[in-house]
Design a protein around this ligand. Structure first.
Ligand code: HEC
Ligand code: HEC
Length: 238
């Protein structure tokens, strides 16, 4: 554990140096998105299949749908999935489709700061343009709930969000899901659900906070960050 902490402190420091040199660029907008019309029903289905509703709703605490999740305990501290309703102040009501795409496929907030991979964007990066447009259409229909999102309560050095920039550079590669041309429709449909939307490996692949985080692994992703101890009780659609 000590070694991990030392390592991550180093990473955070390095990240600060890199930032000073402007080594991190902000991902460009996704130009193809503007031309698509989202399908609300398909977006709602995807939101259920992808666990958005399960993580971003405090079911046990009697919370409103998508107004913020129950505490998500991990070895790094406690995450709280934020309010995703259309409330312009506390939710994502003031966001654009491009903001939404950048969060889901690049792990970057509208203000340019990086997200913790407890938000499984390392999998959602596989979403197609149409998936993003459909999800967005569905999220636009969620009633606004004026409830502030809770801060992430993480231990040092994980609490340094800027340290994630270096982490993203080293271990995260934005990449759409690519169907296997020899696989057939059924295989590819399943592979897509497992590797992108369903992010099964986030919970079903053991990992330590170390060298296993590599871009080359078949199961990409910072699974230790996503070490959700229990399967959320409500996983609608599963
Ligand atoms: C395993 C739990 C989990 C799942 C599943 C999940 N999220 Fe999240 N999400 C989070 C956490 C935790 C954060 C906060 C990350 C941070 O603070 O860096 C977050 C952040 C976000 C944000 C940024 C909100 C803001 O205010 O900046 C958006 C947008 C988002 N999630 C959308 C989605 C969508 C859409 C889905 C489904 C496709 C989804 N999430 C599935 C846990 C989850
Ligand atoms: C948020 C974490 C999480 C995600 C994401 C997740 N699982 Fe699970 N899964 C669990 C947990 C925890 C259990 C054990 C549940 C229990 O014992 O009640 C489980 C149980 C299972 C089981 C039953 C295994 C057994 O031995 O009984 C199967 C099969 C399964 N998951 C498949 C999947 C597939 C396929 C996906 C992706 C579509 C997936 N899971 C995504 C956490 C997750």
């Amino acid at each position: 554990m000590k070694r991990i902490i030392l390592g991550l402190t180093g990473l955070a420091g390095l990240a600060a140096v890199f930032m000073g040199t402007g080594a991190f660029s902000t991902p460009q907008a996704d130009p193809g998105l503007g031309n698509l019309t989202g399908d609300v029903a398909r977006g709602a289905y995807l939101a259920r299949a992808s666990g958005c509703i399960a993580c971003h709703t405090d079911v046990d605490g009697g919370g409103q749908p998508l107004a913020g999740g129950a505490p998500l305990e991990t070895p790094f501290g406690t995450f709280h999935a934020p309010n995703l309703t259309t409330d312009p102040e506390h939710g994502i009501g003031a966001w654009t489709l491009q903001d939404f795409a950048r969060a889901l496929r690049h792990g970057i907030a509208p203000d340019g700061s990086p997200y913790y991979p407890a938000f499984p964007y390392t999998f959602y990066t596989g979403f197609s343009d149409q998936d993003i447009a459909d999800l967005w259409a569905a999220f636009r229909t969620v009633p606004a709930v004026p409830q502030p999102s809770k801060e992430q309560a993480l231990a040092f050095p994980y609490s340094i969000r800027e340290g994630l920039r270096l982490w993203q550079t080293l271990y995260f590669e934005p990449k759409r899901f690519e169907p296997n041309p020899d696989g057939g429709d059924l295989h590819n449909r399943g592979a897509y659900l497992v590797e992108a939307a369903g992010h099964c490996a986030a919970c079903h692949t053991p990992a330590t906070c170390s060298a296993r985080w590599t871009k080359r692994r078949h199961w990409p992703g910072p699974t230790a960050f996503q070490a959700v101890a229990r399967r959320p009780r409500s996983m609608p659609g599963r």
